[in-house]
Structures are given as C-alpha cells and as structure tokens.
Design a protein around this ligand. Sequence first.
Ligand code: 9D3
Length: 267
Amino acid sequence: MRFDVITLLPELVEAVTKVGITGRAKDRGLIDLHCWNPRDYSIDVHRTVDDRPYGGGPGMVMKADVLLKTIRHAKQQAPQGAKVVYLSPQGKKLDQSTVREMSQLEGLILICGRYEGIDERVVQLEVDEEWSLGDYVLSGGELGAMVMIDAITRLQPEALGHNESALQDSFTENLLDCEHYTRPEVVENLAVPAVLMSGNHKSIARWRRKQSLGKTWQRRPDLLKETASRMTTDIKPLSDDDKKLLDEYLQEHCLQKQFLPEHEKDI
Ligand code: 9D3
C-alpha cells in the first residue's frame, strides 16, 4: 500500500517509517511513503503557504492554490482511485473498523493541516473524507497521519511477526484486552494469578475472556452496548457463554448490575 502525505513537516511524518513494525514494513516493500511539502509548490519569494482568515480572527489559514497544486501532483503519482483524507478536529472519530476498511485500499493521500486549518474550498474540491483522532487539540494533522499509517500498516498481510497477531487484537472484537504477566512469578509481594500458572489451557482461556469482558464492562460500557451512538455495523451482542463469564466476574468483584445507573443496565 502507498501513502502520499501532504505536509509542511515531512521529516516528522517520515519518522514513522524509520523504526518498528512500520519501519520493517517499509524495508520489506509492504508499504511506501511519499511526502509532498506545499512549500515546494509556493512560487513567491517568501514561499508563502498561509494567509490571514477572511472575516478576521486569530491564526492563519493554509492557502488553497498552493495546496491544490500539491495535492494534484501527489494524485498523479498515487495509485488510481487512491482515497483523499483530510486530518482535522472537525472529522469523524477514527476507529478500528474504519482503519480495517482503509487497509484494503491501494493508496491513501493524507492532508495535514497546520495553523487553524486549510481553506475550505480545498476540502470541497479534493477531499473524500475528513477524520479526527479524538476530542483533544493537536498542533496539526501530522500525528494523525502517522497514527493512520501505523494502524493501517499493521493490518497489511505479513506486516506482523508470528508473535503479534492482528486477528487477536482487542477492538477486532470490541473488547478490551486482559491483563498480562511475565517472569518473575512474584514482584514486590504481588504474585501472578494462580490460574496462569496452572498449565490448564482451557481455564486460562476462560479466565482471560472473563477479565476482558469484566474490564470492558467497567471501563468502556459503550463498547458492549448497541445504541444509536455506536453506529458500527459489526457489533454482536454477548453470547450466553460470555454473559455467564461476565456475571462471574461481577460476582467475584462484588459488582452488581442493579446498582448501575439506568442507562448502563441494558447490557
Ligand atoms: C480554535 C478551534 N480549534 C479547532 C478545534 C483550532 C484548531 C485546533 C487544532 C485548529 C487546528 C488544529 C490542528 N489539529 C489538527 O490538525 C488535527 C487534530 C486535532 O487537533 N485533534 C484531533 N484530531 C486531529 S486530526 C488533525
């Protein structure tokens, strides 16, 4: 898969392909990253890329003409039918099902804004989708582009070693992961849960599933509920086995469904 990133900070974005799983994926030719700097497409003496907002107010806006030239150059090099994404605080919140869909594309063109953002006419003319990382303020879209590149790359066939399986990921199932332990058996008086030392693979799997369900119920009840606020198509209701495991967890942790606020009872 090929990524084309429009950015004023190419060295920041390129760092994602220097190390780790994404670095190895680039070395092995599974992904390809090309950055396009709008400053290189600005023709005035100052190589201007931004200007003051119409209507007044603080900050600067990235200029349409320079961005359009940059995007169109990138489009000529990108695979046919590459999707154009603008990273912005006004976008929909990125989630794993969207990442999974994007991992099937041949090419992705990512536009990173700096300053207050980009001229809206660029969005109208060239942008297919607008995505946000979440409800907090970043300085620009670059970290968003890097997050997308990372999340998408690890879903490319062969990107992960045998140790890291994308299929086993939390969120592939809409559940949080269970706790993990490694040697030594005791750390400052804290022992590893006995079941993990038992060698009984069936009870270990049951315990892990129970912890996942319980942790999700406590911390992220939104992931267990089918409501209008979760518009994903791929959430399944809990199986009878999972309901039993969750009830066991609640019992063991002295938690009871009837003491939950009304809106959290219907799980
Ligand atoms: C004053 C209003 N702010 C908008 C919420 C101004 C503003 C904040 C941050 C304008 C641009 C930015 C830069 N942020 C991004 O480019 C960005 C972002 C983010 O800030 N949060 C979550 N996801 C993303 S993706 C791109």
